[in-house]
Design a protein around this ligand. Sequence first.
Ligand code: HEC
Length: 104
Amino acid sequence: MNAKFSLLACLAVASASSPSWAQTVDPNLGRNMAANCANCHGTNGASVGGTAVLAGQSRETLVKALTEFREGKRPATIMHQLSKGYSNEQIALIAAYLSTQKSK
Ligand code: HEC
């Protein structure tokens, strides 16, 4: 009984992360995930403190930086840890959102 239930639960999770996920994605998802970056990189990535301004950086640059952090190819104190929490799709959405924002 229990085993059957957890198998169903697994299937539900697996289908939620299938490729069709990208087509049914919440249009605000990129913005919402980018809010996780605001504490350090400023609201919408428009940092006014010591951290890098992400707002307005190109999508390609942001994807490259985050992927390299995640793979341990770019030196980091914290970003190598944080970037591990995001899939390629999520990184693409965050980068797309931040690239359209204006820096202060
Ligand atoms: C706890 C603070 C913190 C949070 C939260 C944070 N960052 Fe960072 N970020 C840093 C620091 C510090 C660096 C400099 C590299 C390092 O030391 O890890 C950095 C560097 C970067 C860089 C490289 C910028 C450049 O121009 O070189 C990118 C891109 C980046 N962060 C994206 C993000 C994104 C996207 C998020 C949210 C998903 C995020 N960061 C959340 C602290 C943070």
